[in-house]
Every structure is written in structure tokens, then in C-alpha cells.
Design a protein around this ligand. Structure first.
Ligand SMILES: Cc1cc2nc3c(=O)[nH]c(=O)nc-3n(C[C@H](O)[C@H](O)[C@H](O)COP(=O)(O)O)c2cc1C
Length: 192
């Protein structure tokens, strides 16, 4: 699958089934995704894979954060995919590459990984929410001070859906201009 097709056919998948990539395949895809642009090549991230029955421990963390009466519903959310890959932002402190650039590099790597998964027939969705601040989830996933949980890539195999279409091209008018349009007299905003 070429990159354009991958971009236009990837979807955030709400429900994912078996199989998910095994640890070896995930590792391989991560090595490829790690080629995303990264100022200083700091690779300021790490992943903690949660699969099978281990998901219940994460579900228990989610339940702890849930409102009274919603625990069961929240706990079951970990069943929406066979693999929950926890993305940990692990910035190199005090580095000349500022933290926002390290976060940008981490986002680029995550998106690359989603495209790679899609190109192999796997689906994914990046999920966050207030749970990324759960102290119990931080402990479970062994986060250190200075690290942040950026959420989970839920990964698995998409439910077959014949109606899945190629994405419409995004309207980027008003989001793109040229300097010459901005500086030419009477050009208004100069946006295309
Ligand atoms: C940083 C980030 C966090 C996200 N968190 C959630 C989330 O908590 N719950 C959710 O349903 N989708 C979440 N998403 C997925 C977006 O909802 C999804 O990308 C968007 O709806 C567009 O769908 P598409 O990816 O199929 O184009 C997140 C996406 C990103 C990039």
C-alpha cells in the first residue's frame, strides 16, 4: 500500500478483534516508525504493551477513576481491542531540544505506527481521556517522575465493513498561503 492510499483509507477503529500483532511484529513495526523525524534522535518515548488477561489490571485502574455506578462499563472498555499499547512520553530533561519538539517527534512516530499497522491489515485508535492521569495506571505501567502517559493505541483487526470508503480530501482552504500573497499590496489575508 502506498503512503497516499494508507493516509486516505486509515480509520480510527472503535472495535478491534483478534488478531493483533504479536510482540515480534509490533517491535518490527516500531523500529520502522522510529524512523519518523526526531530532532536530536532522542526517541523520547517508550511503549508498554498490555494484552490478554493483563488488560483487566488496566481495566481496574479505569474503574477506580470512574464515577459511581459506571465502574463495570468503564472496566469493559479494555475489551475493545486485543492489544492496548500504552504510549509513554519520556522527554530528555534539560536537553537543548525543547520538550515541545520531543512531543512533536513522539506524535509523528505514533502516527507512523498507525499507518504501518493499517498497511498490514491491522486497525488502531489512539485513546486518551482523563485516565492518562490515573495515579494507579501510572504505577501499574511503571511511569517515572517526568514521564507522561499519552494514552493507548488500541490495536487489533478491524471488523469487516464493506461500506468503508476512501476518505474525502480535507478542505484546507484558509489554512494555506504564500509569503508573496501576504506581502503583495491589497492582497487581504492572502489565503488560498
Ligand atoms: C492524541 C489523540 C487522542 C485521542 N483520544 C481519543 C479518545 O480518547 N477517544 C476516542 O474515541 N478517540 C480519540 N482519538 C481519535 C480521534 O477521535 C480520531 O482520530 C478522530 O475521530 C478522527 O477519526 P479518524 O482517525 O478515523 O480520522 C484521539 C486521537 C488523537 C490523535
Amino acid at each position: 500500500m502506498d503512503v497516499t492510499t494508507a493516509m486516505l483509507t486509515r480509520r480510527s477503529e472503535q472495535l478491534l478483534l483478534d488478531p493483533a500483532p504479536d510482540d515480534n511484529e509490533f517491535t518490527y513495526l516500531l523500529k520502522v516508525a522510529a524512523a519518523a523525524p526526531d530532532h536530536g534522535r532522542l526517541r523520547p518515548w517508550r511503549w508498554v504493551l498490555v494484552r490478554g488477561d493483563d488488560r483487566d489490571a488496566l481495566g481496574a485502574c479505569f474503574a477506580e477513576e470512574a464515577q459511581e455506578g459506571r465502574q463495570a462499563q468503564v472496566t469493559s472498555k479494555v475489551q475493545r481491542a486485543p492489544l492496548l499499547a500504552s504510549l509513554v512520553f519520556s522527554p530528555v530533561q534539560g536537553h537543548k531540544v525543547p520538550e515541545w519538539e520531543q512531543l512533536a517527534a513522539t506524535s509523528g512516530m505514533a502516527h507512523a505506527l498507525m499507518l504501518l499497522l493499517h498497511a498490514r491489515g491491522f486497525g488502531s485508535i489512539w485513546r486518551t481521556g482523563t485516565l492518562v492521569h490515573s495515579p494507579r495506571a501510572r504505577r501499574l505501567l511503571d511511569l517515572a517522575d517526568g514521564e507522561d502517559l499519552l494514552g493507548w493505541l488500541y490495536i487489533g483487526t478491524p471488523v469487516p465493513d464493506a461500506a468503508r470508503k476512501r476518505r474525502e480530501l480535507c478542505d484546507v482552504s484558509g489554512r494555506l498561503t504564500t509569503l508573496s500573497a501576504l506581502t503583495s499590496a491589497g492582497s487581504g489575508s492572502g489565503r488560498m
